[in-house]
Each structure stands twice: as structure tokens, then as C-alpha cells.
Ligand binder design. Structure first.
Ligand code: SER
Ligand code: ZN
Length: 535
């Protein structure tokens, strides 16, 4: 990123000849000291390459790098004149303007012409040149320019790093428990065949009582063995968020392409909708294009990361030592992600369920809670569910979901970052195949990623951190079934005892349901396995 432009200083009277004579010396000083101050790489500093004095103005033509950017250079020059030149020549600085400023970026980018200050954009060779309108001193001081430059810098960084594979580094894994898999079928297919789940709409399923029972079993173990022993309490978080929340978390910038938005009706008066209602009555169709005329622009989005309301709740609140740490979990409703393509069974869907665990505290508390959760997670995966699992240190979800580019990642897991939990799906192939592993959850330390934009404060000014962990209910259930199968007699002790003391509900049977004869037969077989375990 390079800048060029003319910094114009306007004075309250004609520039005296003596000052004009001194200009080469002043410019020497600017170039060797003032505009290089604090800069390691001189390419990133500022430099006056030409100047001109006429009437009551001095115009400096500048070239600058990304460290002393043109507007920073302009302010440095102005302050230098006020403090050093004005007293000597009895001349006041009346105005500061940046004219014909241009920003040169490596690579080709599209930037909206609607952004403040942008006059035009040109692509030249492998560069993008952005011409700016004249910028006044009050505008130089506004955060818009810095944000515009930050945006451009991020675009450059994304182009440079964005194409690289995401970070993934194994940190721990279970033993090989099933040298020969106990089960090798796709549980999604069996569940559909025996009618425990039924496709509802794209990426959405209806879970009948027996599958709901299984999901609840997995959630039960997670909540009882991991979450509650560590003192987390259940809360009910909203599942539809105002756009403002997505601006603070960064989701609107990073995942706008996979969020589902909600629109309110234009009126509460039903007579307003008469024409549309009549149309639907006569045609027996519900035309989305017509409906669109009767709803307001979207003002909300549906639950995406599930912990967002927690940060919003504490936004602008001040906590003190005795209030900390705060620990909550929520499993009151679904999350939504519009996953274009690649939908598979209940593993990859648009509407999914999860237990979201969130905590807030001082950095050492947040790290400690994360570590205690990890211990309990390991106990759950190994001892209770007897799964083949592995953990990886990955690109943090809160970076990914905010579109932030991370240039490098150190392997110090007691710092902000995300650990993904994965389980082996034997039906998808051998353990060596990356595609045979399913991400079933994650756990993160966010650092100040949320406490800072949501302004969550400590009364003594101590920095607060947050952490969260998502337990993907469908995915844990699929992973469990994929490794242990549908015969609870072959399950580990605790799940088997769960089935013994909580009888599975009767499945839905109809003349036409399950759909196939094989499905009907398999259903009875599986029901018999479950019933044979009844106490
Ligand atoms: N909020 C985290 C995520 O979206 C954990 O569930 O991945
Ligand atoms: Zn979260």
C-alpha cells in the first residue's frame, strides 16, 4: 500500500520570502526526522518529493507508505509548523487540505464507489489505484479514513493469505479403539430408512421421538458429565438478533453469505394484505415475490454462532471481581447456516441444534475454565462414549466468521484460539483419510474479540476475556451411531444403562411409513434391540 498526494497548508498571510528560503532545510528535516519517526522500514515512511509556495499556501507533494500514511503525515507537518515555524515567522496556519490523494494497492480489487472520500478507482497492470476527493482537516481526524484504509489493508491481506489452506494442527488423539470397525454404515441413511428422521425442507429435518431420544441422550451426557460439574447454569438466549449484534461480532462482514435474515411485516393491519390473501386464495400458491412487497427490509438475522446474545447481554456492563467468572449454557433452540451445496443427512444442514457453553472472566479464569472443560470433554469422549476422537488447533471460528485474515498461528493453546473436536466416521473411510473425520464441536478462548466491541468492562480496568464451546447435538449423535451402531447391546456401559432406565419411545408407523419394506423390517429389528435392554 502506497500513498501519493498534495498536502496544502494555508496561512493567515502571504508566505514570507525568508520562510520560502528556509523550505529546503525544513523539508530535509521532514524527510529525515519527522516523517520517518517510529518507522523501521523507510519504505513505509513519508517523504516530501516536491513543494511549491505561492501566496498564502505551501503545497507539499508527498509519497508515503503504510506506516506514516498520508493523513498522518499531513497532521505531523501541520503540527510541526504550528510549533516551530509559526512563532518564528509570526504566521498562523489557517487550514489543512489533502488534494489529489491516491492510494496504490498491490493486486486488483473492487471497492464500492459509495464509500466516503472515494472519487474513482482504476486497475493498472497488477495494481489498484484509488483516487480520493479533497480531504479537509476535520475529515482527516474522522475515523472513516482509518477504517477505509483498514478495509483496503484487509483486502490486500486476504488476497495474499486467503487462498492458503486453513490452519489445522493435531494436538491430541484417542487410541485406535476399533481396529476393525464395529459398524460401517452411514447412520444418516439408516435413520431416514427406518423413519426416525424425515426430510422437511432443504437442510431441515423432522426428528421423530426415537431420534430426539438419542439426541437427548448425547446432550444428557454432555450436560451432566461436562457442563454442570463445572458450575455452568442454563440460560435461554434469544434466537433472532438485531443487525447491530452482527456488526459487533463481525458476522455481517464475514459470513453474510450464509446467514438467514428476518423481515418484519409492513403493517399489523390485516386489511393491508387483502390483495395478496385473495391472490393466494384463488391460485392456491404462495408467491415469494408478491410477499416481498408486504415485508420490511430485514432487520434481524437468525441464530448463527449461538453465543452472540451473551456478549450483547453484558454489553456496556461493568463487572467486579466477585461477579466473575460468569458461566452459562444454552440449548433453547436451533442455529441456522445456509450451507450452499454439500448438505448431508443431519451432519450438514441449514437448521441444527447445539449446546452452547459461554464464559466470561479475567484472562487466567477464562483459560482455566477452558482447560477444565477440556479435561471433562476428554473424559466424556473416552470414558463415557468410548469414541475415537482427535483434537486440532485451528483457525479460530471467530476470525473465520468475521472474515479476519490470520497470517500466522502459534501453537500455544493457552492463548486465544480454537480447538476443534473431531470424531471418526468409519462409513466414510479409513482414519488416514481427512474426509472420514467429522467436526462435532469446538472450544475457544476469544481474548477480547467480543469484550472489546461490546464494551464489557471490569471496574478496576482489568481486561476481560470470553470463551465458548459448541456441542453439535446432531453431529455427536451421528458420530456415536457411526462408531457404535444401532444395537445398544454393543454400546459402552453408560449409554447402555441410559437405554435400560429410559425406554425408547415408540417410532412413527403408518401404512406408508417408513417408506420401504426394508425400512419397515429394519425398524422392527432395531426396536427389538432396544427393547431387549429394558430393565
Ligand atoms: N459459537 C461457536 C461457533 O459458532 C461455538 O459453537 O463455532
Ligand atoms: Zn460461541
Amino acid at each position: 500500500m502506497k500513498f501519493k498526494g498534495i498536502v496544502v497548508l494555508e496561512f493567515n498571510r502571504k508566505v514570507p520570502d525568508d520562510l520560502i528560503k528556509e523550505l529546503p532545510k525544513i523539508i530535509d528535516y521532514l524527510n529525515s526526522k519527522l516523517l520517518t519517526k517510529g518507522v523501521r522500514d523507510l519504505k513505509e515512511a513519508g517523504r516530501v518529493i516536491d513543494y511549491q509556495a505561492s501566496e498564502n499556501k505551501i503545497e507539499f507533494t508527498l509519497e508515503t507508505g503504510r506506516h506514516v500514511r498520508i493523513h498522518n503525515a499531513a497532521l505531523r507537518i501541520k503540527n510541526y509548523f504550528i510549533n516551530n515555524i509559526s512563532p518564528k515567522y509570526k504566521i498562523g496556519v489557517r487550514n489543512l487540505i489533502i488534494r489529489n490523494a491516491l492510494i496504490e494497492l498491490e493486486g486488483k480489487y473492487t471497492v464500492s464507489l459509495k464509500l466516503p472520500f472515494i472519487k474513482s478507482i482504476e486497475a493498472k497492470d497488477d495494481k489498484t489505484i484509488i483516487l480520493l476527493q479533497d480531504i479537509s482537516e476535520s475529515e482527516i481526524k474522522k475515523p472513516y479514513i482509518d477504517r477505509l484504509l483498514k478495509l483496503l489493508q484487509e483486502k490486500e491481506a486476504r488476497a495474499k493469505w486467503g487462498g492458503k489452506a486453513e490452519h489445522w494442527e493435531l494436538i491430541k488423539q484417542s487410541q485406535v479403539k476399533f481396529p476393525k470397525p464395529k459398524f460401517d454404515k452411514d447412520p444418516n441413511k439408516i435413520l431416514e430408512e427406518i423413519g426416525w428422521i424425515k426430510r422437511f425442507s432443504i437442510g431441515q429435518w423432522f426428528f421423530t421421538p426415537p431420534f430426539t431420544y438419542l439426541i437427548n441422550m448425547l446432550k444428557h451426557f454432555f450436560i451432566e458429565e461436562v457442563v454442570k460439574p463445572l458450575g455452568f447454569h442454563e440460560a435461554i438466549f434469544p434466537k433472532m438478533y438485531p443487525l447491530e449484534v452482527g456488526l459487533r461480532t463481525g458476522h455481517l462482514k464475514g459470513t453474510i453469505n450464509s446467514m438467514i435474515f428476518a423481515s418484519f411485516p409492513i403493517s399489523y393491519d390485516i386489511s393491508v394484505y387483502e390483495e395478496l390473501i385473495d391472490y393466494m386464495y384463488v391460485t392456491d400458491t404462495a408467491p415469494p415475490e408478491e410477499l416481498q412487497k408486504y415485508v420490511k427490509p430485514p432487520t434481524h438475522f437468525l441464530c448463527y454462532a449461538q453465543c452472540e446474545p451473551f456478549y450483547q447481554f453484558f454489553s456496556r456492563e461493568v463487572l467486579d471481581d466477585k461477579n466473575l467468572p460468569v458461566k452459562m449454557y444454552d440449548h433453547s433452540g436451533p442455529s441456522f447456516r445456509w450451507e450452499a451445496g454439500g448438505l448431508h443427512g443431519v451432519e450438514r444442514v441449514i437448521e441444527f441444534h447445539r449446546v452452547e457453553v459461554v464464559w466470561l472472566g479475567k484472562p487466567e479464569q477464562v483459560v482455566d475454565i477452558r482447560n477444565k472443560l477440556l479435561e471433562r470433554y476428554e473424559y466424556l469422549m473416552d470414558k463415557v462414549l468410548d469414541l475415537e476422537w482427535r483434537w486440532a488447533w485451528v483457525t479460530p471460528w471467530y476470525y473465520e466468521q468475521a472474515g479476519i485474515v490470520e497470517e500466522k498461528r502459534e501453537k500455544d493453546i493457552n492463548k486465544p484460539g480454537t480447538i476443534d473436536f473431531e470424531a471418526w466416521l468409519p462409513y466414510k473411510g479409513p482414519r488416514e483419510d481427512k474426509k472420514a473425520w467429522l467436526e462435532i464441536g469446538n472450544i475457544s478462548i476469544h481474548g477480547t474479540k467480543f469484550t472489546s466491541p461490546f464494551k464489557i468492562k471490569h471496574n478496576k480496568g482489568i481486561i476481560l476475556w470470553t470463551g465458548c464451546s459448541g456441542f453439535g447435538s446432531e453431529r455427536w449423535t451421528i458420530a456415536f451411531l457411526a462408531q457404535h451402531g444401532f444395537d445398544p447391546r454393543n454400546w459402552p456401559r453408560k449409554p447402555r444403562e441410559y437405554v435400560e432406565s429410559n425406554p425408547i419411545p415408540e417410532p412413527i408407523r403408518a401404512v406408508t411409513y417408513p417408506k420401504t419394506e426394508t425400512g419397515k423390517k429394519l425398524l422392527e429389528e432395531i426396536m427389538n434391540y432396544f427393547k431387549s435392554l429394558k430393565k
